[in-house]
Ligand binder design. Structure first.
Ligand code: NAP
Ligand code: F7E
Length: 365
């Protein structure tokens, strides 16, 4: 009998990679998707098309929302999953400053709703639960690198809500014996990354500059540093956490950090351009060393009311207990994203391609 997995946030970056991984491992995969007025399952289309060519689809989507306990409970009761991966979230840190209440509802109360559903359906001894926690909970910490013992110091409504979820997950593990794990994941990117996160904004922006569709990329803090890995490696770590005999908390990270500035320089190198920097703070620009064209500008609208410190992760525990190590280097990651975005059409956005078989994924529409 194949295992059954339920993924919230299946339409997102990690959801699509995790669904792919689990299908490859023979799972029956169910996902919760939000109702939207336009199609939002483009990242899953390739998986669905793949299944059309062979056996009946092992991927099923159900309408639901983490802000709606009844939908969450109904889907869990219907699917009877062996594993639940809670990836659904308002995941944009900067957006969370403008929507603190909504972000808290989805990111903090969403996991409470799932874990209460597990309890009320009395499946706590059968189901395993993964919570998508984040390096953002370390926030302003002075300690580097950060690991599972580092003190938390969240600096955004996003991080505070995720910290609530972190403690909730631990509580249900300790108090009710649920196999529940927090994956404290540092930034991970891919060609499937949302277009408003800085890495994809840069790679898409460069592709559109090369096509003559825009003249420059407008960014915020160029000196922010992040520990960037590849989403494909990180979903493998999520799965490994749920294969352990007990639930636990694990950091997943590469242990190497770079600035946004370095990401920009590395990505432009892919199209044969060298960037030279001029000016300071918001007046700083990045010019093409040969033509002198301004390719990068700064704008205060992309600065955050408060920024995190130098986040860099220590994933020794995951390496020792899960046998997990990230495969893709920073250079591999930038290269893959650039190759992908350079191949896409003008105003490259996979979400803008008209889907034809969307409803085939749905149990009820
Ligand atoms: P993402 O691409 O933004 O995907 C978020 C997913 O959550 C989307 O499928 C979205 O649905 C869904 N969602 C949003 N609000 C929801 C709601 N009210 N009810 C149900 N689903 C909802 O994020 P990601 O990069 O894949 O990240 C996955 C998870 O890991 C998130 O929880 C994120 O906070 C966390 N995380 C990410 C990173 C990272 O670097 N990527 C690092 C640490 C932790 P729509 O498609 O309808 O918007
Ligand atoms: O910002 C700086 C910005 O939005 C990275 C989420 O997946 O990872 C992600 O959150 C850095 C920040 O990701 C722009 O100030 C400069 O310092 O790509 P980001 P994030 O905030 O690190 C964590 C681990 C998560 O959990 C989240 O869900 O880049 N930056 N200029 C910019 N950032 C954006 N978005 N846009 C800019 O123009």
């Amino acid at each position: 009998m194949s295992k059954i997995a339920l993924i919230t946030g299946i339409t997102g970056q990690d959801g699509s990679y995790l669904a792919q991984l689990l299908l490859t491992k023979g799972y029956e995969v169910h996902g919760i998707r939000r109702r939207a007025s336009s199609f939002n399952t483009m990242r899953l289309e390739a998986l669905h098309q793949h299944s059309l060519s062979g056996a009946p689809s092992r991927l099923r989507l159900h309408f639901g929302d983490l802000t709606d306990a009844s939908s969450v409970t109904q889907v869990i009761a219907k699917v009877q999953p062996d594993e639940i991966y809670n990836l659904g979230a308002q995941s944009h840190v900067n957006v969370s400053f403008g929507t603190p209440e909504y972000t808290t509802d989805v990111n903090a109360l969403g996991p409470v709703r799932i874990l209460e559903a597990i309890r009320s359906l009395k499946i706590g001894n059968k189901v395993r639960f993964y919570q998508a926690s984040t390096s953002e909970i370390f926030g302003a910490t002075q300690e580097a690198p950060q690991n599972e013992s580092t003190a938390f110091s969240p600096r955004s409504p996003y991080a505070i809500a995720k910290l609530h979820a972190y403690w909730t997950t631990r509580l249900y593990r300790q108090a009710y014996g649920v196999h529940a794990s927090n994956g404290i994941l540092f930034n991970h990117e891919s060609p499937m990354r949302g277009e408003t996160f800085v890495t994809r904004k840069i790679t898409r922006g460069i592709a559109d500059i090369e096509r003559g569709l825009q003249s420059s990329i407008v960014l915020g803090n160029l000196d922010a540093t992040r520990d960037w890995g590849h989403a494909r490696d990180y979903v493998e770590g999520m799965w490994r956490m749920l294969q352990q005999p007990e639930g636990d908390d694990y950091v997943l990270a590469t242990g190497v950090s770079h600035t946004v500035r370095t990401f920009v320089e590395t990505a432009f190198r892919h199209v044969g351009r060298t960037i030279i920097w001029e000016g300071e703070d918001l007046s700083e620009v990045g010019r093409d060393a040969v033509s002198g064209q301004v390719l990068v500008r700064c704008d205060g609208q992309h600065l955050r009311p408060s920024e995190v410190g130098a986040l860099i992760g220590d994933a020794s525990k995951a390496k020792a207990r899960l046998g997990w190590t990230p495969r893709a280097s920073f250079e591999d990651l930038v290269e893959e994203m650039m190759v992908h975005d350079m191949r896409l059409g003008g105003f490259s956005n996979f979400t803008s391609r008209a889907p034809s078989r969307q409803s085939g994924l749905l149990e009820s529409a």
